[in-house]
Design a protein around this ligand. Structure first.
Ligand SMILES: [Zn+2]
Length: 359
């Protein structure tokens, strides 16, 4: 039994929906909506880690196409690469230009870098779009997409401890495919072929084993783990009815098991966007329990966003994470943008991503 308890435990769920979690959660917490300006997995998780908007961090694709910061506004390059990528898929080859957005190539700073440099130890497991692993004070094993030719875990000495099927524990997409060849429709079809009945016990088994692996690793001041089954089941079968009930019962079970196993000073539950029916929604979750819940005060009329998570975690731990988001542990004038221009901008962005085939 590990004696060292984390100051902060962050539990991520891809696609955990604010409205649905409000309805199904069985634990006491301060439950806030977390607005995702771009409700897409790749950009939104990166905003959670960096506190920056997509235009700044440059990660635009659901699977994390990689762009240098100075190209992040260049639509022509995006479009050209998208077609070259699909041409490669058509020829049944690994697309030559499919590369991965990572902590190495985005111009923004990730929260694990800030906290590690501030002297905190960390343990992060299966966080999406975190490959290759950063050299931090502690343990980092990347989440989807895990790319073999990159260093996807740190430190290298941990190799022998990682379960042989870690990738399949970390993300259902790895049950079916090589992520470097991946297409949304491909694993979705495989999942539907497998069926809900077969998927359920496998989700229970893989999430439990990921959780056991997580708790078996050395303890740290800040611990992070992520589960992706809500998003995947939503894309496979729609997030409604029995599938929805199963997924949210699983969320409750995992939150309970993790907090019992780790007994953290504070727990934070986050998601990159919501999921209802057959589509992502704009409101993910920011749920707080323990000491951090007493430190966060949201002014009337303000909705937290995914950009506020990294600076708030840093602020709670007494350090600073410079970014575009707001540190919600200090009472100040939070930056809110004009609703109308934001809505307009978002529609333009969604339209653009739709044209590129991302949505
Ligand atoms: Zn997602």
């Amino acid at each position: 039994m590990e004696s060292h308890q984390p100051k902060l435990l962050l539990i991520g769920f891809d696609g955990l929906d604010y409205e649905l979690y409000k309805q199904f959660r069985d634990s006491d917490c301060m439950l806030l909506p977390s607005l995702a300006p771009i409700p897409i997995t790749g950009p939104s998780w990166t905003s959670i880690y960096t506190g920056d908007s997509m235009a700044t961090h440059g990660v635009r694709d659901v699977y994390g196409f990689e762009f240098r910061r100075r190209y992040s506004h260049n639509d022509f390059i995006h479009l050209a690469r998208w077609y070259i990528h699909n041409f490669g898929l058509m020829l049944r080859r690994k697309p030559p230009l499919k590369r991965w957005a990572t902590c190495q190539t985005t111009g923004s700073t990730h929260i694990w870098r800030t906290l590690s440099d501030a002297g905190f130890s960390l343990k992060t497991i299966a966080m999406p779009i975190s490959c290759p692993a950063a050299e931090i004070n502690g343990t980092m094993i990347s989440g989807f997409p895990i790319v073999d030719r990159k260093q996807w875990f740190y430190p290298p000495s941990i190799a022998d401890n990682i379960p042989a099927d870690y990738k399949e524990l970390a993300d259902m997409v790895h049950w079916f495919s090589d992520p470097e060849r991946d297409k949304h429709s491909y694993w979705g079809d495989c999942l539907r072929e497998m069926g809900v009945e077969a998927a359920r016990p496998r989700i229970i088994e893989t999430t439990d084993r990921l959780l056991e692996f997580f708790t078996s690793l050395p303890a740290a001041d800040v611990e992070m783990i992520q589960f992706s089954f809500i998003d995947r089941m939503g894309h496979g079968f729609d997030m409604a009815g029995e599938v929805m009930e199963f997924c949210y019962a699983r969320v409750n079970a995992l939150v309970r098991k993790l907090t019992e196993a780790r007994e953290p000073g504070s727990t934070v539950i986050v998601s990159d966007h919501g999921f209802q029916g057959d589509d992502h929604t704009d409101y993910g979750v920011l749920a707080l329990a323990g000491e951090i819940a007493d430190r966060v005060h949201i002014p009337e009329g303000y909705t937290p966003s995914v950009l506020d998570i990294a600076p708030t975690l840093a602020g709670f731990l007494g350090t600073e994470h410079p970014c575009e988001g707001n540190n919600l542990t200090v009472e100040s004038n939070y930056v809110t943008r004009n609703d109308e221009s934001e809505a307009q901008e978002k529609e333009q962005m969604k339209e653009h991503l739709r044209n590129l085939g991302y949505l």
